[in-house]
Design a protein around this ligand. Structure first.
Ligand code: EPU
Length: 432
């Protein structure tokens, strides 16, 4: 079991390049199933969620070779449509393979999905959308068993909420359905647009991705392609917050600054200096920030994934902050642990009321999920004395070379124990 040992109190300074986006890569790794031939993906982040996803694709018969961020993958020969519970369960996007397997092989059987425990996370929009396209789906002993008799067909699908995952899953599946599919109230997250770009590169016909109305005109076949996964906006946001919480000066490069508008505007409101160029953002601060209000919303609102790291930053601000989490009812695992470090945070339903304190004290804390883990690391970087973060496998789900990048920025952080990626793939992934 890996732990992180952090000696706090060192301001982060410097410029960093951000690794590829976990969430974009995970969605693409469901859609790869739709294409014939050998595809090449660049900038695939080395995080444990990707290791699990590739293990799953290998179980279905995909041939995978991953080296230094470049993934060569061939899904031309799908030999199974059934997957092991222990490979599917750790990551939520395994479930997005239900539709793409159906489109490709006419049947699929997958255990109900897992992922970070941050709320109920139902899959009803996914099921309803696939059924509208002609799928028959039963939940049998904890597994979704899906079949389709005469092929999938286009449908009108309205999402009750702009779910990123349901938009991605249904959009990808619809590319091989006959006729036209219209998804209304679709998510407009950058990862949805990236997936559409990937599918179009494979030969799909998609209009309106990145808006609330997406139209997919089904095609007969898709061909594997070469594609570069864009940089991870959530990792970028976390490092920028590292600059703010340690009263340092951090620049992240190779990113799309417009994806960070909500975060930057809130950091500026709190009193941090934030500037941007065509593909970079710099956040600097040399004083205590002010307390502010945050409300998470679907993109382009304030991202739920940045809410927990932001709470760690606001815990050290001057005054009271209020953080409202509207997407996930239990994305709160950071609160009790930050309080162990001296924070003054109280939960009231979906609100976290934060009374800013002058300093955190190092402590032994446990990550309860990916972004809670990032929040604890940020707090540890700013705290007096040593912080030990346990359950680091959560952090490894979505942060590539986390401690290495933080070290280049001047942090004193050391990992001890075995990384999750080695458990996820039974040894580091090379050739399978
Ligand atoms: N929802 C339903 N029914 C559904 C699907 C979603 O009620 O069938 C609800 C969810 O319970 C939630 C809301 O809709 O309340 C939004 O969920 P969404 O489907 O958008 O989330 P997701 O696709 O499961 C992705 C990211 C999350 C990120 C959210 C929101 C991946 C692998 N995960 O999840 O990322 O928080 O979108 O942007 O892409 C993370 O990286 O830490 C993470 C959790």
């Amino acid at each position: 079991m890996k732990i992180l040992r952090i000696e706090g109190g060192r301001p982060l300074h410097g410029d960093i390049e951000i690794p590829g986006s976990k969430n974009a890569a995970l969605a693409i790794l469901s859609a790869v199933m739709l294409g014939d031939g050998q595809g090449i993906l660049h900038n695939v982040p080395e995080v444990s969620d990707i290791h699990y996803k590739l293990k799953l694709l290998s179980q279905f018969g995909a041939k995978v070779h991953w080296h230094e961020g470049t993934l060569v993958i061939d899904c031309g020969n799908i030999s199974s449509v059934d997957a092991d519970e222990d490979v599917v369960h750790p990551i939520r996007t395994s479930f997005y393979l239900l539709g793409t397997l159906l489109a490709r092989a006419g049947k699929a059987s997958l255990p109900a999905p897992g992922g970070c425990k941050i709320g109920a996370r139902p899959v009803d929009f996914h099921i309803k959308g696939l059924r509208a396209m002609g799928a028959e789906i039963e939940l049998d002993g904890g597994r979704y068993v899906a079949t389709v008799k005469n092929g999938l067909h286009g449908a009108k699908i309205h999402l009750d909420f702009p779910s990123a995952g349901a938009t991605q899953h249904l959009m990808a599946t619809a590319t091989l359905a006959s006729g036209v599919t219209e998804i209304t109230n679709a998510a407009i997250e950058p990862e949805v647009t990236t997936l559409a770009d990937f599918l179009i590169r494979m030969g799909a016909r998609i209009e309106g991705a990145g808006t609330s109305n997406v139209t997919i005109i089904g095609v007969e076949k898709l061909q594997a392609c070469e594609f570069r996964v864009p940089e991870d906006r959530l990792q970028a946001g976390t490092f920028l917050l590292g600059g703010a919480i340690t009263r340092g000066d951090v620049t992240v490069r190779g990113i799309m600054p417009e994806h960070q508008n909500a975060l930057i505007s809130k950091l500026q409101e709190a009193g941090a200096d934030a500037t941007e160029g065509p593909d970079w953002i710099r956040v600097a601060s040399n004083r205590r920030l002010k307390g502010i209000k945050i409300k998470t919303m679907p993109y382009p609102g304030f991202p739920t994934d940045i809410q927990q790291p932001m709470a760690a930053v606001l815990g050290l601000s001057n005054g009271v902050s209020v953080v409202e989490e509207t997407i996930y009812e239990s994305r709160i695992g950071h609160v009790s642990e930050l309080n162990r470090m001296g924070a003054q945070m109280q939960l009231e339903g979906r609100f976290t009321i934060i009374e800013g304190v002058k300093s955190y004290q190092g402590a032994q804390v446990e990550a309860s999920d990916l972004r809670a883990g990032a929040a604890l690391v940020l707090a540890g970087l700013a705290a007096e004395g040593e912080t030990v973060v346990r359950n680091v496998h959560f952090i490894e789900r979505g942060y590539e070379r986390f401690e290495e990048i933080l070290t280049t920025l001047g942090a004193c952080i050391r990992a001890e124990g075995t990384p999750e990626s080695e458990r996820a793939h039974g040894g580091r992934l090379g050739v399978t």
